[in-house]
Each structure stands twice: as C-alpha cells, then as structure tokens.
Design a protein around this ligand. Structure first.
Ligand code: NIG
Ligand code: FE
Length: 415
C-alpha cells in the first residue's frame, strides 16, 4: 500500500547538502511506501491512487523532510536545577564543573539508575521529539564514564533504536569528561577508552560514531586526536565538541581528521572557519546552548558565507541546554544567528543528515529516499519559525508509515 499526500500547498526540500537553494513545489503531491519515496511533483501530473492506497489531503499545508536532531545527550538520570539557579546568581557553567558539579553530578545519578529505568526515561523523551516531526535522532552516551556504565548507556540507546519508529544513531562519548576515579590518571582512562571500550563497542556494533569533548580542562587537542584515531581504527566515524567554551582549535582538528562534524563552535576562530569551509565536516550549531549558558552565539553567517555546511540541533542535556522544543532552536537561529528560513530548513534536514552520515538515505524529498516526512499544520515555513511555541507538526511519516498525527490547527487557519 502506498500513501498519496495530495494538494500540498508547498513542498520544500533541500537538494544537496550545503547552502544550495531549496526546491519548492506549489500544489504538490508526494507518494511514498515502505521502500521509499516514489513520486514528488505537481498534483496535476501525479499517478492516480489505487483503491488500496491511503490518500491524505494536504490542502493549506506544507511538507518538509522529517527533521533530524543530530546532537542530543538524552539518556541521563536526574536534574541539575540547583546548578541552574546558581548560574542565575552569577556562578558560571565552567566554575560549577570545576568544583565537581556539572557533567559529573549527572554521571553519579546515571550510574545509579537501572538500564530499564534509563530506557523508560529515554523513551518518553524520544516520543516528544517524534511528535515534533523529528524522524532521525542522534543520541550520545557519556554520563556513564566507566566501562560498565558506558556500555549500559549504549545498550539503552540501541534498545531505543529497535522501538523508535524513526532512526536512532548511537554515538559513543566516553570522552565527555575525565571520570572522578581517573582524575590523577588521565592517560589510564584514555587507555580504557582506546584499548577496551572502543574495540568492545565496535565488536558489538553498539555505536556508529565516537565524540570527544575537546575543551580546555577536559580533553586536550592531543588527547582528542588520540581517541578519535582509535575510533577510526575501530571503524567508527568521529565527531567533536569543538571550540564550545574556549577557542582551543577543535574545529580545525575535526576538519583535518575528516570528522563527520564539529559541534558547538561558539568560540571558533577565523582559522577554524576557514578549515571547516575547506572540508566536508559539518559545523553543528546549537543555539539553545548559547542561549541557556548566556554565551555569544556561534558565527553562523560567517560560517555559511565562507562556504561551510551548517546544521542545527538541540544539544538536549541536563546541564547546558534543557530545551527540548526543536522549533525554539529554529527561532533562535533566525533571531540571533540571522539564518534565513531556507538555511534553517536545510540545517535541520539534509545538512543534519550529513552530520551523522545518513544524507544518502534521508534528509530530502526525492524518489528513492526514505519516506521520512512532516506535513505541517502551517501555511508556510516562515510561520513555523515565527511562532515556535506551538507544535505545528500535523502528520509525521517515518519510512513511509504515518507514525504521529495531530488535527490541531492552532490559529493559522485564520491568517
Ligand atoms: O554539549 N559540552 C559538553 N557536553 C554537553 C553538556 C553536558 C552537561 O552539562 O551535562 C554539551 O554542552
Ligand atoms: Fe553536546
């Protein structure tokens, strides 16, 4: 059985990763089945539905590729509201981390929670993403920081992968912090990561990629490179938290090692921008984190104007960004990073797919691509960005199947 979505007010899709213009089709039709997208074009020339087909009327609505959140840390236990309040009184995120709070306080709670309870938490969160039109979701480990607990988190992510209607990409981030047990033996922990955990993860195919928090006071450039090279040797792709809090040079390292992505980039230098632009590495911008940490935003315009490929994601985590509304990220990108609506859509679809290495499968509406789609209860892309506090996702399709829907038309029927 195929699904025909007909009379769509406007279909919008990127055509290739980077900063190329969107393809926009007025009064369009898309036909999908489990094997992928079959037809994209005008309703006038579209194949006629068979009796067994499902027909959906898209009058007044827009259709985009399913969204891709290419950077989350959504498997964790506990909250850090106390730290948040301390930050409102003037203590900085880095000061809290240096005093033993921050990531390490979540590590303790996450180690103590059972695999099943962590899965239950993660499942509730992932359902929230799906209902907003997110059909592909990257999730990092990194709140275990021991062999046992990191493997537990990766098992949770892989169990979620089995049940999530869209796609889950697992990223190993044992290099999120130095575990308390290894504070005086950094190289000991790096040996555990490179010689024990990475080979075990590769053997059991528990992750597609490996991420390192390359940051002053966390992992140095040399340590980050060593871990990333071990990941590559074990067949994993690599990513970096780069130039987030200080301009250490992580973006240039990511470009040199041909990483999938360099993420955050709040403090990226002009050299870093030049290196990223000359590479295939995607710059993943996380404006929710800048907002939540009250830091200057990443230089999106400079990156885009230099020719770098830019994606947007939530970075959802308990410390530096608890925003779990994807539309809020778009709004911040528009308001504070001067990204255009078309740039934003590319950044949360095809460019984000490239940041996790799945841009040959999903992220655009084209025959042969997977049927990951969102039919929005909204008359335009601009409206979605301008009114982010409501969920405008109308029908969400993953691999051609309708996996979530809402009849709620907010107020935009009346504009
Ligand atoms: O992406 N930068 C490192 N990791 C997260 C923060 C994690 C936390 O504070 O728990 C981030 O911002
Ligand atoms: Fe992050």
């Amino acid at each position: 059985m195929a699904t025909h979505i007909r009379n769509i007010r406007q279909i919008l899709t990127p055509v290739s990763p980077g900063n190329t213009p969107l393809l926009k089709i007025e009064n369009g039709t898309v036909i999908v089945d489990e094997s992928g997208i079959i037809y994209v074009g005008g309703t006038a020339g579209a194949p006629v539905p068979q009796n067994s087909d499902l027909v959906i009327d898209g009058t007044g609505q827009i259709l985009t590729p399913g969204l891709i959140d290419c950077h989350t840390h959504l498997v964790f236990a506990g909250d850090r509201s106390g730290e948040f309040i301390r930050r409102t009184q003037g203590t900085t995120y880095s000061e809290i981390a240096a005093s033993g709070g921050g990531i390490l306080s979540t590590v303790q709670k996450t180690r103590d929670m059972s695999e099943n309870d962590l899965l239950r938490n993660a499942r509730i969160r992932a359902a929230r993403w799906l209902s907003q039109g997110v059909t592909s979701l990257e999730i990092k480990s990194g709140y275990g920081l021991s062999v046992e607990s990191e493997l537990k988190l990766l098992r949770v992510i892989n169990r979620l992968k089995q049940e999530f209607p869209g796609t889950v990409q697992a990223t190993f981030m044992g290099a999120h912090e130095i575990p308390p047990e290894y504070r005086d033996d950094r190289s000991g922990w790096i040996s555990v990561l490179t010689q024990e955990l990475l080979p075990e993860i590769a053997r059991n195919q528990l992750a597609e990629a490996c991420d390192v928090f390359c940051e002053t006071g966390v992992y140095s450039l040399e340590e980050s490179e060593k871990i990333a090279r071990a990941a590559l040797q074990n067949g994993l792709k690599i990513k970096f938290h780069a130039d987030e809090l200080t301009p250490l040079g992580g973006a240039s390292l990511a470009a040199r090692l041909q990483a999938l992505s360099a993420d955050h980039l709040l403090c990226i230098t002009d050299d870093g921008i030049r290196d990223l632009a000359a590479s295939e590495t995607v710059g993943v911008l996380l404006p929710g984190t800048a907002w939540y940490l009250k830091m200057p935003y990443a230089p999106a315009r400079k990156l885009i104007n230099s020719g770098a490929t830019v994606a947007l994601a939530t970075d959802f985590n308990p410390g530096s960004c608890t925003l779990d509304q994807f539309s809020f990220i778009w709004m911040l990108a528009a308001l504070y990073m001067s990204m255009s609506p078309d740039e934003i859509l590319s950044a949360v679809t095809l460019n984000a797919a490239k940041a996790v290495g799945i841009h040959h499968i999903t992220g655009k509406i084209e025959p042969g691509f997977r049927g990951d789609l969102v039919l929005w209860n909204s008359p335009s892309l601009e409206h979605l960005i301008y009114h982010p506090s409501l969920n405008h996702a109308g029908k969400v399709f993953a691999s051609g199947q309708l996996v979530w829907q809402s009849e709620q038309w907010n107020e935009c029927l009346f504009i």
